[in-house]
Ligand binder design. Structure first.
Ligand SMILES: Cc1cc2nc3c(=O)[nH]c(=O)nc-3n(C[C@H](O)[C@H](O)[C@H](O)COP(=O)(O)OP(=O)(O)OC[C@H]3O[C@@H](n4cnc5c(N)ncnc54)[C@H](O)[C@@H]3O)c2cc1C
Ligand SMILES: NC(=O)c1ccc[n+]([C@@H]2O[C@H](COP(=O)([O-])OP(=O)(O)OC[C@H]3O[C@@H](n4cnc5c(N)ncnc54)[C@H](O)[C@@H]3O)[C@@H](O)[C@H]2O)c1
Length: 474
């Protein structure tokens, strides 16, 4: 067996692994990149990209039915489900060249298409070769967690790996799990003409501010999605096209298809981490803030495999943290306070930093000011009839510690607050910003201004000062 000696060996060519490989090789390191399945990983092939392409198609269908208030008569959309899937596939294909084996080989990486497995603390095997590296990066991501629900194994269930390939429209899609995957898929399928029932064991969108989550859930229900909460699934039975789901209280839901979206399992099984002395648990590789294995300092873990937030932009951020350490020997640490995320339902929901409940728990209610602004008071939102939703900003000592948005383009609007939190900006910086009128982003400025308006408009001191100045000013 040949041995390749290299500076960096990256295992997994998804969002995180590709970023490390591209960065390291272009800065002069020798890089081996190993991928067992599709280049591009979950995000490109079975995650973010297909889900957002499907959501975009569903939005078009929805617009055809929602123009009455603008004087545009609704007309029932004629959805060609297979053609929708062609759009999904074409979107993936248009991005794929950027993540391709050819591109990475052109950049100078050695790309091996096989499953990697450690054989010692500084060697892996893949593609019939042994790779001996100075540093390893485990970027193996995650797959859908399939819970041990009795009967599930004997019905043809869908996960994010199979649902985007369906070319016939499900008549009635049952979605198990009311997290971001479940609800994004539920709304998209409903808008494309399916009946949809979401069965959630606890509270849907349970990680988000409940006030904001309620806005999303109300909209989904208004569009015809049935959402059952506190309804753990206890049994599944049936066959293709005739699925029955039994919940804890004995209810039986009949559907044609079932999607499992109850969280993720990190993909570490194939790696034989024991051979490399890399400690791990159910959540991922055990790493410190430097994203290095606590038991093998040659090994880093990033993205979903690192056991924290599971988002593409987090994997990319992690990549930067490990590249700085591996290539320049710099001290670099990953933190989470400034990391935003968004759920691409309509309306969208986005968060950065602490929610209201977390801010109050951490700082105490008396130290936290919660500012609010509603899209109903935003002129652009009114013109577009997108008045559902609000922004909440949590402020401590004049600086934001968290922002939560539900409403149109929340995923875009959260960027400003991500910048503010990452750089410790004061509320005065946001309130003093001049924005084009009329834009949705004015909702952020309005919230920030709300921090100062009581200090300016309700203050007897300010009134007295203004009175005096007016008497003396020529
Ligand atoms: C339906 C869905 C929608 C999503 N939407 C969003 C979104 O809108 N925004 C967002 O930020 N995030 C989203 N995510 C999450 C996002 O896809 C992941 O957080 C991201 O892909 C993680 O990147 P990663 O590099 O850690 O892993 P991945 O992208 O999963 O890549 C890991 C790669 O490693 C390979 N691999 C595994 N084991 C081995 C091995 N032993 N040897 C070789 N290769 C191996 C895998 O085949 C895979 O290609 C979504 C996820 C899903 C499922
Ligand atoms: N827009 C985005 O950025 C985006 C979109 C999709 C996914 N993701 C990423 O993927 C991750 C996984 O998403 P997810 O929605 O699969 O997981 P999740 O953990 O966020 O939500 C899963 C939901 O399933 C419920 N559940 C668990 N077991 C159940 C059971 N037996 N019966 C009924 N309900 C059950 C849980 O209570 C939870 O509400 C997310 O945390 C996120 O990091 C991101």
């Amino acid at each position: 067996m040949d041995t390749i000696r290299t500076d960096v060996c990256v295992i997994g060519a998804g969002s995180g692994g590709l970023s490390v490989a591209a960065g390291a090789v272009q800065m002069g390191a020798r890089v081996v990149l190993i991928e067992g399945a599709e280049m591009g990983g979950d995000c490109l092939n079975t995650g973010c990209v297909p889900s957002k392409a499907l959501i975009a198609a569903a939005k078009h269908a929805h617009w055809m039915t929602s123009g009455a208030g603008f004087g545009v008569a609704p007309s029932p959309p004629q959805v060609d489900f297979a053609a929708v899937k062609d759009h999904v596939a074409a979107t993936i294909a248009s991005i794929a060249p950027h993540d391709s084996q050819e591109r990475f080989e052109t950049l100078g990486c050695t790309v091996i298409r096989d499953w990697a497995r450690f054989v010692s603390p500084r060697e892996v095997e893949a593609g019939g070769q042994r790779i001996r590296a100075r540093r390893f990066v485990i970027a193996t991501g995650s797959t859908a967690f399939v819970p041990p629900i009795p009967g599930l194994e004997s019905v043809p269930y869908l996960t994010n790996e199979t649902i985007f390939a369906l070319r016939d429209r499900p008549e009635h899609l049952i979605v198990v799990g009311g997290g971001p995957i479940g609800l994004e898929m539920a709304q998209a399928h409903r808008r494309l003409g399916c009946r949809v029932t979401v069965i959630e064991g606890a509270r849907a969108l349970g990680r988000d501010d409940p006030e904001l989550a309620a806005v999303v859930l109300a909209r989904l229900r208004a569009e015809g999605v049935t959402i059952m909460e506190e309804a753990p699934v206890v049994r599944v039975r049936g066959e293709a096209g005739r699925i029955e789901v039994v919940t804890g209280d004995g209810s039986v839901i009949h559907g044609s298809h079932i999607l499992i979206a109850v969280g993720r399992s990190v993909s570490l099984d194939r790696l034989d981490l024991a051979a490399a002395n890399v400690a791990h648990d159910r959540k991922g590789v055990t790493v410190g803030a430097d994203l290095r294995s606590t038991t093998n300092r040659r090994v880093h873990a990033i993205g979903d495999a690192a056991g924290g937030l599971q988002f593409t932009h987090v994997a990319g951020y992690h990549a930067g943290v490990v590249v700085r350490q591996m290539l320049f020997g710099l001290r670099a640490r990953a933190t989470t306070r400034h990391i935003p995320w968004a759920t691409y339902t309509d309306p969208e929901m986005a968060q950065v930093g602490l929610t209201e409940a977390q801010a109050v728990a951490e700082y105490g209610a008396e130290r936290v000011t919660v500012l609010r602004a509603a899209f109903a008071d935003n002129d652009r939102a009114r013109a577009e009839a997108l008045t559902e939703g609000l922004i909440k900003v949590m402020v401590v000592k004049g600086r934001p510690v968290g922002a939560s948005i539900v409403g149109p383009q929340a995923g875009e609007l959260i960027g400003l607050w991500a910048l503010a939190l990452a750089n410790g900006l004061k509320m005065s910086a946001i309130a003093g910003m001049v924005l084009p009128y009329p834009t949705l982003s004015e909702v952020s400025k309005r919230a920030a201004s709300a921090y100062f308006s009581p200090k300016l408009f309700d203050s007897p001191v300010v009134r007295r000062v203004v009175g005096l100045v007016q008497r003396w000013l020529p």
